[in-house]
Design a protein around this ligand. Structure first.
Ligand SMILES: [Zn+2]
Length: 490
């Protein structure tokens, strides 16, 4: 049955648990480097290998980055926190337990705002945020038909962000994950690079009849590492659960895995409860106290975050929501915009260059914003060349890929190409005269009021003047020669 039809009768209730790798130099409880891509098992020591007698020491930086992230998400930092052991046996977890936070998490509450097309801004509440160490990685080797273990990632710091089940559609789940990622990147706590596993989502979902206040039985889907997989697995799971319920069946509480190739979920194991993990306070670590003063200092060091920045751009500069959204989607794009204004650029003009031309070039060339070769100075200079009449806007846009590609100052390119100064009117006049003489059919079409005929005159003029002519000027000259065309035809 179609998903839309099912959604008229059934309501999904969705929560997300997101694991974010914190950007530290070293691991969470030892001095090994926290780095991606090193040779397997080269970044290990007795602590993260779980050798007997090795003792963990808390990395202060990972703790403070966790606090920073939690503050950016409006969480209430808990002054008294501590670590617990979460016991489970898994080949990539050498200690056979994971140091995590259970009884005393780093932060409670908080929220992330999302804006979809139909609702006004909606707050997705957070339940808790806690720190924990990551596991290593199992790599299946088809050649030897065996599984290899790489423990470079074992012991790297993670922040787990658990939402309340406030999400009601797969689209909103993706918006939530995107907004969260945007905020954490602004706060510089994580690169949130999904391909490197810096940002991984687990989701839980249940379905209930619309209007029902009760929660259905939920399933949990682990380790989704792209927004597309998150959406696809939720869509599949909503359909699966709704069909079971509508045929009078019972959804089983279980942990599922999603296969992106088939687009289906399948059972991994029955759902664990907290008691399955036999949590107890980590005896090798002291409880942690963080003072209100220190929390205040970290709060004071946070940059302006994307939501408030977006609103400020709309209010202060009169930008559209869309353009403000493009500019604030990354820290670097917002910084480019703000420095262009600081150099005297007119805000709306600067916004349009960046949101259209710069973003377009970045997209075409597959660049990330931190690789953008365009400086604020170049954008301001280009706009000045247009504003003072040295070149037309059309020429400016035409030059953009070259400016972007070469990184040369726009004024140099304009000078080298001899583009300064508009085409002179007598030159345009001569081109038009020749066309009128050679193309009687075009003249007849023009006089009959066919709008296409006007463009058929403008195109060759633009080509022959290398885009220096102003289209309005061409139309005025043409009207001077042939009279205004009849109205109303196309
Ligand atoms: Zn280590």
């Amino acid at each position: 049955m179609e998903l839309e039809k099912l959604l008229e009768r059934c309501e999904p209730v969705i929560g997300l648990e997101i694991h974010v790798q914190l950007r530290t130099e070293t691991k969470m409880f030892c001095g090994c480097a926290n780095r991606f891509g090193a040779p397997p098992n080269s970044l290990t020591c007795p602590v993260c290998l779980g050798l007997p007698g090795a003792l963990p020491v808390i990395n202060r930086r990972s703790f403070e980055l966790g606090v920073r992230a939690a503050l950016a998400l409006h969480g209430n930092i808990q002054n008294d926190t501590g670590f617990d052991r979460k016991n489970y046996f898994y080949p990539d977890q050498p200690k056979n337990y994971q140091i995590s936070q259970y009884e005393l998490p780093l932060a409670l509450g908080g929220y992330v705002e999302i804006e979809n097309d139909s609702d006004a801004a909606k707050k997705i509440r957070l339940m808790r945020m806690h720190l924990e160490e990551d596991a290593g990685k199992n790599i299946h080797d088809p050649d030897s038909n065996s599984t290899l273990v790489d423990l470079n990632r074992a012991g790297t710091p993670l922040l787990e962000i658990v939402s309340e089940p406030d999400i009601r559609s797969p689209g909103d789940a993706v918006l939530y994950a995107r907004s969260l990622r945007e905020i954490l990147r602004y706060a510089e706590v994580s690169d949130c690079d999904m391909e490197k596993g810096n940002f991984r989502a687990d989701t839980n979902i249940s379905v209930r009849p619309r209007g029902s206040g009760e929660l259905g039985t939920r399933t949990e889907i682990k380790n989704l590492n792209s927004f597309a997989h998150l959406r696809a697995c939720l869509e599949f799971e909503i359909k699966r659960q709704a069909e079971i319920l509508e045929s009078g069946g019972q959804v089983l509480q279980e942990t599922l895995q999603f296969d992106p190739v088939t687009g289906r979920t399948s059972s991994m194991r029955s759902k664990e409860e907290a008691h399955d993990y036999r949590y107890f306070p980590e005896p090798d670590l002291l409880p942690v106290f963080i003072s209100e003063d220190r929390v205040g200092e970290i709060r004071g060091s946070l940059p302006e975050l994307p939501g408030p920045k977006r609103r400020r751009y709309v209010e202060d500069y009169g930008l559209s929501e869309y353009v403000a959204g493009v500019l604030t989607a990354d820290r670097e794009s917002a910084a480019l915009f703000e420095s262009a204004i600081a150099r005297g650029g007119e805000p709306k003009r600067m916004a349009n260059w960046i949101a259209n031309e710069v973003a377009g070039q970045m997209n075409d060339r597959g660049l990330a914003w931190d690789e953008c070769p365009m400086t604020p100075k170049m954008i301001v200079e280009l706009e000045e060349l247009i504003a003072d009449g040295t070149i037309t806007r059309k020429v400016g846009r035409g030059l953009f890929p070259e400016i972007f590609g070469t990184g040369k100052p726009p004024s140099d390119i304009v000078r080298e190409k001899g583009l300064a100064g508009g085409a002179d009117l007598s030159e345009i006049g001569r081109i038009l005269d020749r066309m009128i003489e050679e193309k009687p059919k075009l003249v007849a079409d023009y006089k009959a009021g066919r709008k296409k005929a006007v463009n058929a005159f403008i195109g060759p003029v633009m080509r022959k003047t290398r885009g220096k002519a102003d289209a309005g000027e061409v139309v005025r000259l043409l009207e001077g020669k042939l009279g205004a065309p009849d109205e109303g035809k196309s």
